[in-house]
Write a protein that binds this ligand. Structure first.
Ligand SMILES: [Zn+2]
Length: 404
């Protein structure tokens, strides 16, 4: 039997208006949406009556936006639900890894509990898709993977996920290549990698190993790349070659990619065109660090490169900060790059929704459509620009027509 309900008084963005002073204002209107089996099947103007005798949820003129996608997280690392712990200062990445290794066994008993709290937090903030990296290392093997899968299983139907087998302590060492393959057979859905130069000390060998595993399991790829400057640039360029040869267009991403911010603009443009051509996405967590630049996201976007934001692992051995609100990342990016007008704020929503936006760049309504999934985040706001700039904390999350 099909389940029908109505969402009454939903505010949707419908277009934009050019004001006399040259600024743009987002236009909205109120609608009633008919939901059947979790999908939008009809849209009525607010003045039209809802047929009697059907379930109605009054959305009280709240603005409906697409749900968020959290595209870079480490569900297995968080300290959430444990006692407060600040981070131990270290001199470099190697030292951080040594420290993490010592703590991994200790933490692995509570992975499901900690990951569950993280998922709840992300979901409350509006993320209904989570891309998580999960440590696959010689210290705990697949233990964190098991905990993360168990946690995600309890959110089936609400949260979708990419689970990345992540060789945090190096891919080209001891049993790790075997463990990675075991992880892919045990529920991991994507292949990860980490600093082919800085950690593996063998750029090509590391990248080819990643692609070999990906090919073996027909899985997509997301590689952590902190290697900076020209080393990082070379790694990126090499990965694009490998993607091209393997016909892996649209199936891989590079996370962080600080190196793209280190190189001259002419080279940024060159690599951006190549990333776009082979459809390699860039994931950024918009870290605030006065000593390090982030990738040139606007330039990448202008070249057609897909960019997605994530919260990263947070409140863990790497950082005591973070909230689990990916919207905060869009807001922060806009503030860092001085996006202050309606249109540029509005256009930034795509980086936290997997590209889904109510209005396209020309200001025409493109979402939601009939037959779209009835999944929304509702805000008390005038437009998505206000949401990006003000990050209203009061939100309602709806998945397939059901409020969370
Ligand atoms: Zn990460």
């Amino acid at each position: 039997m099909s389940k029908i309900k109505w969402l009454s008084n939903v505010k949707l963005e419908t277009g934009e208006k050019l004001l006399e002073n040259g600024t743009v204002e987002t236009e909205t209107a109120i609608f009633h949406l008919k939901i059947e089996n979790g999908k939008i099947v009809e849209q009525l103007d607010v003045k039209e009556p809802i047929p009697a005798g059907q379930e109605v949820i009054n959305m009280k003129q709240k603005l409906a936006l697409p749900t968020f996608k959290e595209m870079h997280n480490h569900l297995d690392k968080t300290y959430m639900t444990l006692d407060w712990k600040a981070c131990t200062p270290v001199a470099n990445l190697k030292e951080r890894l040594t420290f993490e290794a010592a703590e991994l066994t200790l933490l692995s008993d509570t992975t499901q509990q900690r990951a569950t709290k993280m998922i709840e937090t992300l979901l409350e903030n509006g993320s209904t898709h989570i891309r998580t990296h999960v440590n696959i290392d010689p210290y705990i093997g697949l233990k964190n993977l098991e905990g993360v899968i168990a946690a995600l299983d309890n959110f089936k139907g609400k949260v979708t996920a990419d689970i990345i087998a992540f060789p945090q302590h190096g891919l080209l060492r001891e049993s790790v290549p075997t463990l990675m393959r075991e992880a892919m057979r045990s529920g991991a859905t994507m292949v990860g990698g980490l600093d082919p130069a800085g950690i593996d000390n063998a750029i090509e060998k590391s990248l080819y190993e990643i692609m070999d595993i990906a090919n073996e399991f027909n899985a997509d790829v997301d590689i952590h790349l902190h290697d900076g400057g020209f080393v990082g640039y070379y790694t990126t360029d090499k990965w694009i070659d490998i993607v091209k040869d393997a016909k892996y267009q649209g199936r891989s991403a590079l996370s962080h990619s600080f190196c793209l911010g280190d190189i001259p603009v002419a080279q940024q443009k060159l690599v951006a065109s190549r990333l776009a051509e082979e459809d390699v996405a860039i994931m950024s967590t918009i870290p605030i660090n006065l000593g390090r630049v982030i990738p040139p996201i606007d330039l990448l976007d202008d070249h057609g490169v897909k960019v997605h934001f994530g919260c990263d692992g947070f409140y863990d051995s790497w950082s005591p900060y973070g909230t689990g609100d990916v919207l905060e990342k869009a807001s922060r990016f806009c503030e860092l790059t001085r996006k202050i007008d309606e249109k540029s704020l509005r256009n930034s929503l795509k980086w936290v929704t997997g590209g889904i936006v109510p209005l396209n760049a020309d200001g025409h309504k493109v979402w939601p459509n009939i037959q779209d999934e009835a999944s929304f985040v509702f805000f008390e706001a005038a437009s998505s620009a206000e949401v990006i700039a003000r990050k209203p904390s009061d939100r309602l999350v709806m998945i397939h027509g059901e409020l969370v």
